[in-house]
Design a protein around this ligand. Structure first.
Ligand SMILES: [Fe+2]
Ligand SMILES: [Fe+2]
Length: 161
């Protein structure tokens, strides 16, 4: 019998890691503010970019390609969340550009990192506390199987648990 646990478990795992990455990013920024040394900030940014390229892309594909199309009949919040995804994606790209520029642009990087941390955290909060609850309460077994199947397909047909 399919359960919502599998898709939601996968998504929660990602959220946990994303919050960890955001915390590291915040710490990097804090340290840079205190002692003006970039090393830790650079490391945390690079870690975050790598995470965005690999894990974030997979996660957004799961949400936008598997879960949201089904959930959007039950909540309008989905549209807002899609907007957040676009914003987060564009912000990560902008940060990468700023980071790669020869001339340091600290105040812009500072501002953008703070915005990304805030938006991303709020986004995860909305998904964990609203979207997953709607999914748990409203979706039928059939719909849950569909989400799980789509996610498995994205992973190359690997069996969904
Ligand atoms: Fe999301
Ligand atoms: Fe998410």
């Amino acid at each position: 019998m399919p359960t919502i646990e599998y898709p939601i478990r996968e998504m929660r795992l990602f959220h946990k890691e994303a919050l960890r990455q955001l915390e590291l990013l915040g710490k990097g920024l804090e340290r840079f503010r205190v002692d003006g040394k970039r090393d830790f900030l650079t490391l945390s940014m690079d870690g975050f970019f790598l995470f965005a390229k690999n894990d974030l892309a997979v996660h957004i594909r799961d949400e936008e390609g598997a879960m949201f199309p089904i959930l959007r009949r039950y909540t309008k919040l989905v549209d807002k969340l899609l907007g957040d995804h676009d914003y987060i994606d564009a912000s990560v790209k902008l940060l990468e550009t700023l980071r790669g520029m020869k001339k340091a642009n600290d105040s812009e990087i500072d501002k953008k990192i703070k915005e990304v941390i805030q938006t991303f955290r709020d986004h995860i909060w909305k998904e964990e506390n609203v979207i997953f609850k709607v999914a748990e309460e409203r979706l039928t077994e059939e719909q849950i199987s569909e989400i799980a199947e789509r996610m498995a397909l994205f992973r190359g047909g690997k069996e969904a648990g």
